[in-house]
Ligand binder design. Structure first.
Ligand SMILES: Nc1ncnc2c1ncn2[C@@H]1O[C@H](COP(=O)(O)OP(=O)(O)OP(=O)(O)O)[C@@H](O)[C@H]1O
Ligand SMILES: [Mg+2]
Length: 508
């Protein structure tokens, strides 16, 4: 048998107005970890969807050989039967079902029409142990954070006896610690002979575990590197991805913080379901005009919950404490009130970015600021288009037009639309939760540039970031959180990765 488990030749896939894949050829060796890199919209997810039967044969041109045979899947189920498992960029779990139901959904066996639940609960425990998820199998999935949901997806793939595991940006919602664990898990799979294809924008991770790296650009396969035999660097991958050198990943900072615009005193937030648990516990901090603040800390530190509760009580059963804007005490009871008070929020959750996927790009961008685009209740479409076109250019949103439905955009480009929408509202305080998740290196720099320009005009930014280099590169001050509390504060000049991690664990 061939040493390759997967051989793709001359694959082309068109969508209306877009050639997503353009004559792609690529080979994946049996048992290797093969990384796929490329800018947002380069065609990575589409390629994986073709391989796994999301797009059935006839929907594309070219040839896909899996285990030596040409594939002709009608749907994903067909490919699963052959040991091919894909974990999509947007997690696809059923939120209201339990962990074990999600793991075995669609492939439970019945005996005389009866499902042996206790057997599946016991079996799911085995898979949860393998992926290192320490939760009762009966837990409802929506109660888990994104990182843990990711592990459930992997457990599900394992339960189907995957031989080729495709992971589309598996670490994008994980912090460094969690990512490290997941990467180790992938290395462990490799030892067991499972082949992995991993799509990632985190090039350091790619270099850490990949045996082969393939770069896609504009739907074309540009090059494949054998990592063992070549001295591959992040810069080299970026050059192939972007087609040019990218010199400054973090632009020069322009901020000159002024007076305090926001003050939070002794802020406590109670868990939405377990009303006595304090998810955020007595947090106090302040934000100045023209300042970028970063909140760092491990997953579950309470950063997102803190920001959401400040943004018009969007999280929590109840919150206590004081919020002052420009020295005045305010109570914001809804996100609408928060926006009216000058706050803007970009959510960390891809699925809940607030995008309306069945609407087009321009409507999504103008949605939160429709007042500006309407006169006497009628939407000024020209203004709307102009605004959308501006962001499309600034953030390089890849779409044939701003009339394209948001759901047809690649993951990273949807994120850019969400960022544009909040920018379009033009608030005084931007709360951005993982603003560059799933965004390619070049587009990240564009977003950093925009944040820098904002603070240069006196706006303020609060950034929740799990990427420490990003926090270190961008923030004037960093608050370190853990277990719902602020453990310490560091200025731009004194902050280092080590200090942040140390502070999160042991405090000052
Ligand atoms: N269903 C669809 N209809 C129309 N166009 C689509 C559809 N799915 C993808 N595209 C387009 O195909 C191109 C490739 O998209 P794809 O999702 O494969 O990119 P990607 O490399 O995974 O990007 P990202 O890093 O942002 O996830 C993009 O231009 C996208 O807009
Ligand atoms: Mg993608």
């Amino acid at each position: 048998m061939s040493e390759y488990i997967l051989e793709i030749s001359n694959l082309t896939k068109d969508f209306p107005g877009v050639r997503a894949l353009d004559n792609v050829s690529l080979k994946v060796r049996k048992g290797e970890i093969h990384s796929l890199c490329g800018e947002n919209g380069a065609g990575k997810s589409t390629l994986m969807s073709v391989i796994s039967g999301v797009y059935p044969k006839g929907d594309y041109q070219g040839k896909v050989l899996y285990k030596g045979h040409e594939t002709s899947y009608h749907n994903v189920k067909d490919s699963e039967k052959e040991g091919l498992a894909i974990i999509h960029q947007e997690l696809a779990l059923s939120p209201y079902l339990s962990i074990y139901e999600n793991i075995f959904l669609g492939h439970m066996e019945t005996k005389f029409g009866v499902i042996n639940w206790s057997r599946y609960i016991a079996e799911s425990k085995k898979f949860l142990d393998t992926v290192g998820l320490n939760e009762p199998p009966e837990t409802i999935v929506s109660k888990l954070g994104v990182g843990k949901q990711q592990l459930v997806e992997i457990a599900r793939a394992l339960s189907k006896k995957a031989e080729l595991l495709i992971l589309d940006e598996p670490t994008s919602s994980l912090n460094d610690d969690e990512s490290e664990k997941l990467l180790n898990l992938i290395l462990e799979f490799k030892k067991q002979g499972i082949t992995c294809v991993m799509i990632s924008h985190k090039l350091n991770e790619v270099l850490e575990i990949a045996d082969t790296v393939t770069v896609l650009r504009d739907g074309k396969s540009i090059i494949s590197y054998d990592v063992k035999n070549e001295k591959l660097t992040e810069e080299r991958i970026i050059r192939d991805m972007v087609g040019r050198d990218l010199t400054h990943r973090f632009p020069e900072r322009k901020s000159r913080p002024g007076e305090t615009i926001m003050e939070v005193k002794n802020w406590t937030v109670y868990h939405p379901d377990y009303h006595t648990i304090k998810v955020v516990n007595g947090v106090s901090f302040h934000l100045k005009k023209g300042e970028i603040l970063a909140f760092c800390g491990p997953m579950g530190a309470g950063r997102t919950e803190l920001m959401m509760s400040l943004f018009g009580s969007s999280y929590g059963f109840r919150s206590e404490g004081e919020l002052l804007l420009n020295g005045k005490k305010v109570r914001l009871r809804s996100s609408r009130e928060a926006m009216d008070a000058g706050l803007g929020y970009i959510s960390e959750d891809r699925k809940n970015l607030g995008l309306i996927l069945i609407q087009d790009v321009k409507t999504n961008i103008s949605n939160s600021s429709l007042k500006r685009f309407s006169r006497f209740g009628i939407v000024d479409t020209t203004g709307e288009i102009r605004e959308a076109e501006k962001f499309r250019k600034e953030l390089n949103i890849r779409t044939p037009s701003v009339d394209q439905l948001a759901r047809n955009l690649s993951g990273g480009n949807q994120q850019k639309v969400a960022v544009s929408r909040t920018l379009s509202v033009n608030p005084d305080i931007f709360i951005v939760d993982e603003p560059t998740r799933g965004i390619d290196v070049a587009a990240k720099t564009e977003i950093y540039n925009i944040l820098n320009d904002l603070v240069a005009t006196g706006k303020s930014v609060i950034m929740v970031s799990s990427e420490l280099p990003e926090a270190l590169g961008m923030a004037d001050r960093i608050y370190v959180m853990n277990e719902g509390k602020i453990k310490g504060e560091l200025s731009h000049d004194e902050a280092t990765q080590e200090k942040i991690m140390h502070m999160a664990l042991v405090g000052k």
